[in-house]
Design a protein. Structure first.
Length: 172
């Protein structure tokens, strides 16, 4: 490349710089081209390990049920511990249980289509344990339950968030 071509490129580049309000370099200045240099580079391959973390939600729930005990032919009792794993208080927390059989018939719980138990507010990182008594109405002679696979649906809800837990299958 000739010195004149380098000068034209240098001046054009200078004029295109943002905020340049000065006059361009006069063309009478001598232009020198840099001497070629040999550069050695050593490349090393480093293995990068990336860690991913799941950020906490403002409100989220984990539900831990205890083993059920019999309190009658169609009655079961258990303790349920619900934990707010989020970083803010969950307000007006309620747990709702519904049961249906394999024919999609709703099984009444304690005389209602669902069992809803409200436990109030749960602060961030705190747990509450509540006793739950479930008395299922399986119909005359237990025809809605006997020989059926029942599906238990569990939902925890607060003003801030609703969490649907994995369904549980119960063979009767």
């Amino acid at each position: 490349m000739t010195a004149a071509a380098i000068l034209v490129i240098a001046i054009a580049g200078f004029l295109l710089l943002p905020g340049n309000t000065e006059t361009p370099i006069p063309s009478s200045l001598p232009v020198t081209s840099p001497e070629p240099t040999v550069m050695q580079t050593t490349e090393t391959l480093e293995q990068t390990t990336m860690e991913t973390t799941v950020p906490l939600q403002p409100v989220d729930f984990v539900l831990q049920p205890s083993d059920m005990t019999n309190c009658g032919l169609t009655c079961r009792q258990l303790q349920a511990t619900i934990t707010n794993t989020g970083y803010e208080t969950a307000h007006n927390v309620c747990i709702t249980l519904t049961i249906e059989n394999s024919r999609n018939e709703v099984i009444s719980l304690n005389g209602n289509p669902s069992l809803r138990q409200c436990i109030g507010d749960i602060a961030a990182g705190e747990s509450k344990t509540e006793p739950i008594t479930v008395n299922a109405d399986c119909g005359t002679f237990g025809t809605k339950c006997i020989g059926e696979t029942l599906t238990l649906h569990t939902v925890a809800a607060s003003e801030e968030k609703t969490v649907q837990f994995a369904d549980q299958q119960i063979a009767v």
